[in-house]
Every structure is written in C-alpha cells, then in structure tokens.
Design a protein around this ligand. Structure first.
Ligand SMILES: [Zn+2]
Length: 428
C-alpha cells in the first residue's frame, strides 16, 4: 500500500472548534491513518516523506455549485451552441483544472447538454481523466419563457435551448425520468427567474407546484436529490415545501423564508454563488454591462438583498456553502475560492467559518460527511498543502502558486515540489 508522511505541517482540520497545530500526517492508501502533534512520533514505515517546512495542510475544498460545461462565455446561448465534441473535451479540461486548483470535490449544478456531467463523472471515477469527486447534475429544467429557455419563436428546437422546457407535470416527469435514466445524481429545477435574463427577472417564480411535485416524486423514487435555482423568496419556499435539499442563490428572503430555512437546516444546503452578482455590478464592463446597466438590470437590489439574507441565514446556523456560477466570462473558472473572501468581507463569516464551508460542509453536501472534508484519522485523504496561513489571508486559496500540492484519494493530483518551495522561502 502506498503511503505518504507529511512532516512539519501546520494542520488545519477544517472544523472551526480546533485551532491549527504543528504536526505530522500519515496517509496510507486512500485514507488518513495518523494525525499527530509535534513531538508525537509518527512512524512512516516505507512512506514517501514530505517535509512541508511549516506549510498548511488542510482538507481539499468542495465547490458546491459547479458548471464544468459553462465555457467562460458571456451568454447562455454561446455556452449552449458549443458543438458536443468540443464541449466534452472542454469539460474534461476544466475538471482537471479544478482538481489542480484544490477542489477535490465538486457538486454539479447543471450542465449544458443532457449527458455532459454524467459522462465526465464516469470518466473521472473510472480513471480515464483526472478530476474531483463529482456529483453529476441534469440540465436545468425550466418552463417556457423562464430562465434557461433560449429557444427563439422561429427556432423552437430543444437543441437551441440552454435548459429543458417543460409545460406540464407530465412533461416534467418525462424530462426528469430521461435524466435519471442517464444516471444523474441530481435534478436541477429553475424555480425563479434571474436578472441575467431581463424577461424573467430574479424575483419572479415560474414553475407550478404540480410540476415541482412531479419532479420530486420521480427523484424520490430513484433515491436522488433535487436542487433548485431559487433567487426569489417564493421560489425558496417552494423548494423547501417540496423537499429540495440544495438551494442555489436564495437572494431574496422574508421572515417566513428564514424561519423555514432554519427549521430545515439539518437537511438543506444553500450555495449562493454571490461572485456573479458582484462581477455583474463591478467587473462586466468589457462585456457591455456597465455598472449603470447592471444596476438597471436589478443587480444592486439583488446584491443588497442577498447580503442581508445570507447574513441572517448564517446567524441562524443554516449551512451556506461556497462556489457557484464560475464559468462565465465575468467569473472565469478556477477563481471560485474568491467566494471565501466575499463570505468574510461581506457576510460576516470568520475565516475559519469560511473554510468550514469549503471543507466540513463540503463533505456533508457530498453525502460523505462521516469520511470527507476534515483532516482526521480514518477520513479520506483529500488534502491541500498551502503555502501560508489561509486563516490570516484567505485569498491565498485562489493563488495557484500558493497551492503547493493537491492529494485526492491518497494520490497526488498536483505533486509538491518541496525543493523549489524551500529555495523560494530562502530567497524571500
Ligand atoms: Zn448556477
């Protein structure tokens, strides 16, 4: 059995209760065999020894709202119309980049063509391509005129639509069954609109209860999970009423919504993906969206509402996870850890709480909280070696140069170059 011994590491377990400590970690096979504090002896046996020179060892991060198939374009149709062959290769390349950037787990939150997520997940699991642990999503399911319906009146073909359009409970059932047949881990429903699409803005709620109920009925039959694009308060409540576990965005809330979220907090995850709101307001001018235009599209109102909602949810102990909607021109892939900075800067999280969102909660949303998301004996060896202290400067988690090594399932996806690292430290 392959084993790796990390010595002289500052161990950040991922749990907010414990402070980091200096010690060693022994990985045997794909699990963490031993964690010991400095002074304690860890016998490595035939292990490869990595002297980390005081670098931080922390759990691999989980991205809770991932779209491998978004191709860094500025419009939904530019994502959708990428030919299938190129699109598969694109997803494979992005999956590898995520893993090397420190995301050892990703929760798919919709893909642009029916089987993209499933095929990539299967290729990762069978070892054909490198990538994070991955939960595969369906395409977005929407209703005519809602977010994701990109068909034109004279081109009503499903291939032109970003999401799958359904127009009744029966059509919903048909679409959901198709995705379940393909092997998705979750079904994504677009319950609310989005300010990105002016004809279906964020505070509108589109799907009928009968349609959502039909979808969740099928999801339960197969033991899978429902997820929702839900920006409006009504859509968040609808998601909760129907037993949807993963709520994306949740920008607008009222007291009733917050009470319902709190009551369901042991079951529900909220992944807001707030970077896109910020980017639309402040960083999208190169793509024709000036600050004034973004304000007119409703992004300032939504940003303010989201900050208030998420602060309230955080106080009530609702699990808020990081990541989301990277893969647009304004929020390119692999900058995802920027969300952690936003959580600290705008949402009132401590850096340790932000890291818990990416690690402990990550294990939980992957449905493997008992063995994933912490540096803990017996847990799966998904680990990052980070140059510096993320608790002092959380932005280092999105600097590829500071992610010295990435281990997934006991195997290095990015190997440490400790020689180079030591030279760098001396030179500094
Ligand atoms: Zn999304």
């Amino acid at each position: 059995m392959e084993s790796t011994l990390f010595t002289n590491v500052r161990i950040l377990e991922g749990n907010t209760n414990a402070s980091p400590f200096l010690g060693s970690v022994l990985v045997e096979g794909n699990r963490i065999k031993r964690v010991s504090r400095s002074g304690g002896s860890v016998s490595g046996g035939a292990a490869t020894v990595i002297d980390a020179a005081g670098a931080t060892l922390m759990p691999g991060m989980c991205e809770a709202h991932t779209h491998f198939s978004w191709n860094d374009a500025a419009t939904l149709s530019a994502i959708q119309t990428m030919p299938l062959e190129e699109h598969v290769l694109w997803c494979a390349k992005v999956a590898k980049r995520y893993l090397e950037a420190g995301f050892t787990s990703c929760v798919g939150a919709a893909c642009a063509k029916p089987r993209l997520d499933v095929v990539i997940r299967n290729a990762i699991n069978s070892g054909q391509i490198p990538g994070p642990r991955y939960l595969a999503a369906s395409q977005e399911i929407t209703v005519p005129g809602g977010l994701g319906d990109e068909t034109l009146p004279h081109l009503p073909f499903p291939e032109f639509s970003f999401g799958v359009n359904v127009n009744s409970a029966d059509e919903m059932r048909k679409a959901v069954r198709m995705f379940l047949k393909y092997g998705v881990d979750s079904i994504k429903l677009n319950l609310s609109g989005d300010n990105f699409t002016p004809d279906s803005p964020a505070e509108t709620t589109w799907m009928s209860d009968a349609e959502v109920a039909a979808a969740m009925d099928e999801v339960r039959v197969r033991g899978k999970r429902g997820t929702a694009h839900a920006r409006s308060a009504a859509s968040v409540k609808q998601a909760l009423r129907h037993g949807i576990d993963v709520i994306y965005h949740a920008s607008f809330t009222d007291e009733e919504t917050l009470d319902m979220l709190e009551a369901a907090k042991s079951r529900v995850f909220v992944a807001p993906g707030i970077a896109i709101l910020y980017a639309m307001l402040h960083e999208a001018e190169a793509y024709g969206i000036t600050h004034e235009k973004a304000v007119a599209m409703g992004y300032q109102i939504e940003w303010d509402a989201a900050v208030e909602s998420l602060r309230a949810m955080h106080k009530r102990g609702v699990r808020i996870l990081f990541g989301g909607d990277y893969g647009f021109a304004f929020t390119p892939h692999c900058q995802n850890a920027r969300d952690l900075e936003f959580f600290v800067k705008y949402l009132g999280f401590t850096p340790a709480e932000a890291i818990r969102c990416a690690t402990v909660y990550g294990g939980e949303i992957m449905m493997r909280g008992h063995e994933l998301g912490q540096v803990k004996e017996g847990y799966l060896a998904d680990l990052l070696l980070v140059d510096g202290d993320p608790l002092a400067n959380i932005s280092i988690l999105r600097d590829p140069k500071r992610i010295l090594a990435v281990m997934k399932d006991g195997v290095f996806a990015k190997s440490p170059d400790m020689e180079a690292e030591r030279e760098m430290r001396w030179a500094a």
